[in-house]
Write a protein of this length. Structure first.
Ligand code: GRF
Length: 221
């Protein structure tokens, strides 16, 4: 990134792209100082591709079904992302398990959002699992991506109360509103140099952060 030029993002999606929309909106409002260089989907039918097009953002589709191995898909994906010379790669509902072929070249520049309070509930059906466990709170985590599925170091979490009568859908609706706030915020921290993934963990403003990330309620705003 050079001074005066907005940082460049690649956003990877598989579905509806509401987090992508949150990034588009955060950039439009000035909360996130960046530009989205490209939106890439593994799914040609992802509704989020239309959001990107509507916002004038170039799109690409790399269909995982065209590749016989995860590594071959990841190599094609990495080559496409690298061709856009981006500063940061945002996984926004990108529903593929990534191998080292993709993860290693982008270490420290690759973020994901996961709809649980990690380390609780990596993987799928997080809201249903939280309800079945009788949890009194749920939430969302933005984290650096490493080789462990949903196991990279957390950056920030936002918690919501589980309400009587909640279903996986009502809980998901409450959680995703928080995703849309904390994900662009974490990206802004990284792009303005406040946030780093170091060998000792995640640092914000030069200080190591808690193992579960910053609690959004503690963020000055
Ligand atoms: C979000 O719940 C996100 O946490 C998860 O996938 C979903 C993507 O939603 N990784 P959207 O496509 O951004 O609307």
């Amino acid at each position: 990134m050079s001074a005066g030029t907005p940082a460049r993002l690649a956003i990877l999606i598989s579905g509806r792209g509401s987090n992508l929309q949150a990034f588009i909106d955060a950039i439009a409002s000035g909360a996130l100082e960046a530009q989205i260089s490209v939106v890439i989907s593994n799914n040609p039918d992802a509704a989020g591709l239309q959001r990107a097009t509507a916002a004038g953002i170039p799109t690409r589709c790399i269909n995982h079904r065209d590749y016989t191995t995860r590594e071959a898909f990841d190599a094609a994906l990495a080559a496409e992302v690298q061709s856009w010379e981006v500063d940061l790669v945002i996984l926004a509902g990108f529903m593929r398990i990534l191998t080292p072929v993709f993860v290693q070249p982008f270490r420290g520049r690759l973020l994901n959002v996961h709809p649980s309070l990690l380390p609780k509930y990596p993987g799928l059906n997080t809201h249903q699992r939280a309800l079945e466990a009788g949890d009194r709170e749920a939430g969302v985590t933005v984290h650096f991506v490493t080789l462990e599925l949903d196991g990279g170091p957390p950056i920030i979490q936002s918690r919501v109360a589980v309400m009587p009568g909640d279903t996986p859908q009502t809980l998901a609706d409450r959680v995703i509103a928080r995703e849309h706030i904390i994900y662009p915020l974490a990206a802004q921290w990284l792009l303005c140099g406040r946030l780093q993934l170091t060998d000792k963990g995640v640092c914000l403003d030069g200080q190591a952060i808690p193992a579960t990330g910053i609690d959004y309620q503690q963020v000055d705003r």
